[in-house]
Design a protein around this ligand. Structure first.
Ligand code: CMP
Length: 132
């Protein structure tokens, strides 16, 4: 069994996609073990995105994630880390396959609705940031 972190970013919440996104995970029959709506602190965001410090989009990324509330949740099940990444789709809207969350609702590499941890180590690290 694996666990991974999913964030519905401020644009996903504002656009009313929370129910739709949660339903997609429920229909895959994975367990949702934690869920919260929160406005994160700048410290949480900096910790979460520390690997992107210095990148050209870093400041824009911080501003975007601070725009409003986020829905954070943890899913549990067999191979959920890779499964969630497949379900959310490529961050580049040109590459995001229809049927994936970004492929159905996204049109920007920067404002891309949703985040899912990209591996076991990042899932462990990120779950601690959002759920102590
Ligand atoms: P996420 O998967 O949460 O991880 C890093 C985030 O940086 C990404 O989603 C986007 O929101 C943002 N970002 C902005 N520009 C880029 C870019 N050119 N490449 C990758 N990520 C970007």
């Amino acid at each position: 069994m694996e666990k991974t972190l999913i964030l519905i970013k401020p644009d996903g919440v504002k656009r009313g996609l929370v129910g739709e996104i949660l339903q997609r995970f429920e229909r895959r029959d994975v367990g949702i073990t934690n869920l919260r709506l929160l406005t994160p602190t700048i410290e949480m965001i900096k910790e979460h995105y520390k690997e992107h410090v210095g990148k050209i989009f870093y400041q824009e990324l911080l501003d975007y994630i601070m725009e409003g509330p986020i829905v954070a949740f943890v899913i549990e099940g067999n191979n959920v880390i890779k499964m969630a990444r497949t379900m959310i789709g490529d961050k580049d809207p040109i590459k995001a396959t229809p049927g994936t969350i970004r492929g159905d609702y996204g049109n920007s590499i920067r404002r891309n609705i949703i985040h899912a941890s990209d591996g076991e180590a990042s899932a462990e690290r990120e779950m601690k940031i959002w759920f102590n």
